[in-house]
Design a protein around this ligand. Structure first.
Ligand SMILES: [Zn+2]
Length: 60
């Protein structure tokens, strides 16, 4: 193993993916890989369209 315990602590910053917001059509970056066929929202639109219950809250 080339990675020591130190790397476990210093996790790399979250990876962002460039995509287009489904709602406003603006270019944006999301902290997850956009899935084709699924709506992707920019930060602003996400605040509006985000479901009240977040199943993936662990990722945030
Ligand atoms: Zn948007």
């Amino acid at each position: 193993m080339a990675y020591g315990d130190r790397n476990m602590r210093n996790r790399p910053p979250r990876e962002f993916f460039k995509t287009t917001c489904t709602a406003c059509g603006k270019e944006c970056e999301v902290p997850f890989k956009p899935t084709e066929g699924k709506p992707v929202y920019c930060k602003e639109c996400y605040a509006i369209h985000a479901p009240p219950r977040e199943d993936r809250r662990r990722r945030f």
